[in-house]
Design a protein around this ligand. Sequence first.
Ligand code: SF4
Length: 658
Amino acid sequence: MQLKVGSVQINNGFSGQFYLPYSIGTLYAYFLHFSKNPQKYKFKSPIYKRLLLDECVNDLKDCDIILFSTYVWNINISLEIAKKLKQIDKKKFIIFGGPSAPDISETFLRTNNFIDCICHQEGERTITNLLDYYPEDEWQKIPGISYVNSNNYYRNSNLPKMREISHLPSPYLTGIFDKLIKENPDEHWLASWETNRGCPFSCTFCDWGSATTSKISRMDMKKLEEELLWFARHKIEFIYVCDANFGILPRDYEIAKMALDIKKKYGYPHILSVQTTKNARERSYKIQKLLYDGGMHKSINLAMQSTDMTTLKEIKRDNISIDDYKELQRRFIADKIPTYTDLIIGLPGDTYEKFTRSVDDLIQSGQHYRIQYNNLSILPNAEMAREEYMKKNQIKTIEIPIVNMHGSLDETPADGIVERQNMVISTKDMPTEDWIKVRKYATLTEFLYFNKMLQLPIIILQKLKNNNFNFFFDLFNQVKDEKNFPVTTSLNKLFDSHALGITKGNPEFIYSKEVLKIYWPPGEFGMLYLYQKKLINKFYDEASFLLKKICSTNLERDIADNAIKLNYELLKKPFQNDNVIIDLEYDIPLFYERSLLGENYEIKKGKYSYLIDIKTDGQRDFFNWAQKVIWYGHRKADYFYKYKKLKSDTEKQFFQEK
Ligand code: SF4
């Protein structure tokens, strides 16, 4: 009789769409292809999304062997399922693997003694070995596993990494997911796609480089093409490319082109989401441009993490060229392709001063779309998680619940099992009080600059006064004056308390019961707060006072005045119906556009009128605006209305009468 194998690889849903469980799929496909006795087992469809604990247990209770593919976002529910299954029947054989199964595993195995064995690193060969041996328990013969037997802990050494992966069977092409798709006809699927494996870098916060090591192995091109056709046949819109550095291999351009050709011919896939390679400037540019022009990309991620060399050295990223990143950023800006740059908060080596310098540096070098601030959390298999590394850098963490940006409370299921992460809130270089300052500073720049509340006057005054950007952020950051600046003071308090709250165990994002019942990034929450409390005009009055106070000439003051007025009018706001015509004494929009492109332009005095096109994009109630403008516009900070210069009084009159 065939033994039954069940599996669990729970992924988050994105707007009701779910990933096909790729890791489990690769294990099934490899076993069925290479096992000595593939008929020995019957494989159940994997559990791929978060169900209630009892539903999962019920689904798996008749399985003899259960595989768990674990990540930070599913480890707690995976442990609870495994524990309950073992309580039902202690003969069930429970195997854990994936990035959240620790490499140094003794404590983990002893604490969770319902786990029979951990499969470390690449799983294909190890799981096939295990399943071939089972139920014999000659486990010492199986490389890459750890287990506790008769109270003794065993850790068998890992197999060398697979250098040749072109022969690996595809879970898509071998039909592994066919049954799953058939069983769930209403599901909209997303797919993970692996074109190569390995990463030549070894960033200390990441468990990818250490898990895959430097050599990059390639999947077969023909197989990749067939997989793309499979995605097209199954109408899969979104493909997440798992490669650590897409663009690192010359053939990656061909792969991108192949995806684009298939999209053109069959209409699918729509989006190819890739991690841009770090050190191949020209190729990376060409690939990203190709994907963007072909509509397979909405914005490009530049994972800088810090621009401070000592910090980059500390996290072993100093071999990744900052200049290459900046050059890429410059070229994308020139092409008007949106990018966003990642910075990590709380990296060893980083300080408040260095962090604020990184922010300034990035904006100065042209990042006006968005800096995406990520709080650092410790992954179990990252170098950073090692005791000696933590000790050396005096890293302190706090356990906080994992919530998704713009995710809802529904993500906290009725069984009460929540996933948690270990967030870094103190290092030897950034004690907790500085971490709070950094977190708050990041939020403030998000709110003022990237969410475009005051981007226009800040960029213009920065050019005129030749200050750094931090000068302007500090101007607002320092305000603690309830009498004269009540709104700015209350925003500062809000951002401060959000940062402090994280150090006490609160989530990274702010939940709003009133606005869409979702978790908002703090900078966006600040915007909602101003509109909800009807404080937006008062905020602009205060901002105008603060910015004009630092102007040293009447010319600067007039320009600041024009820029603030224009910024206010351009912001997409709720409950707007009619177009606006704004008269300016300086050609602020042109100056702004040139500044965004990093060009110099002498501002000219004159009579300028601009039409702000609200009709096309306005007419939203508050909740619709919060969702469609603030939430959906997040990545590109698409928060300004379109505008056009009116060339003559006649044209102005025409639009006024319209
Ligand atoms: S962060 Fe990226 S580049 Fe660094 S080790 Fe991880 S996968 Fe490689």
